[in-house]
Design a protein around this ligand. Structure first.
Ligand SMILES: C[S@@+](CC[C@H](N)C(=O)[O-])C[C@H]1O[C@@H](n2cnc3c(N)ncnc32)[C@H](O)[C@@H]1O
Length: 186
């Protein structure tokens, strides 16, 4: 599996307001996130989606955002502080080969994996860790870019997700993306 990690400075481009014309964070996460939920966001970058997730879970909810790049997490923390959303958000740096989710086992209602699984050293390991952190009935929205993630590679990711016990339930439409909504059945 290809595991090229996006350079940290690209984080500034990914949070550009112009991107909202293509991928509106509020519209994308609205169907899946409610107040009080525990949300996991692997590979958040500088938080194009994280701020919206934190707003939606409200003061009684929690967002755990885990990234391998310390400069992404540092910028994300600054943005969360500025928006007054840091109290409900746990932004962590992880090693590349494990997201360190032992404390989240069976607690996550919703996981947003946006444009990041193709950067992981192993999709197999990614889905196994994510599935273990999810509640039974919890959902994971997988979104990958259509260009450098070929259709066959995306299907490989779905097979890895299925081996981790995540079932495909929908393919929501998001511009310039391949998508899958996955559910942990038990
Ligand atoms: C293309 S960016 C996407 C950022 C964000 N999800 C978005 O859509 O704006 C991919 C992110 O995944 C992170 N990443 C790459 N490999 C990782 C790993 N092994 N563990 C955790 N995060 C990783 C990168 O540092 C980067 O922040």
């Amino acid at each position: 599996m290809e595991n090229h990690t996006c350079p940290w400075w690209l984080g500034y481009i990914l949070i550009s307001p112009v991107r909202r014309w293509l991928q509106d964070p509020a519209a994308i996460v609205r169907p899946y996130v409610q107040e009080g939920m525990t949300v996991f966001e692997p590979g958040p970058g500088m938080g194009f989606f994280t701020l919206e997730l934190a707003r939606r879970v409200g003061p009684g909810g929690r967002v755990v955002a885990v990234d391998v790049e310390p400069r992404m997490i540092a910028a994300l923390k600054r943005r969360l502080e500025k928006a007054g959303l840091h109290d409900r958000t746990d932004a962590r740096v992880s090693p590349a080969d494990s997201m360190g989710l032992g404390d989240l086992r069976g607690k996550v209602d919703f996981t947003l994996a946006f444009f990041m699984v193709h950067e992981m050293p192993s999709a197999e390991r990614f889905f196994a860790e994510a599935a273990e952190a999810m509640k039974p009935g919890g959902t994971l929205l997988l979104v990958e870019p259509p260009g450098h993630v070929k259709k066959e590679k995306f299907e490989d990711e779905l097979r890895a997700a299925a081996r981790a016990g995540l079932t495909l339930t929908d393919r929501p439409t998001i511009r310039r993306s391949q998508t899958a909504l996955l559910k942990k059945i038990a």
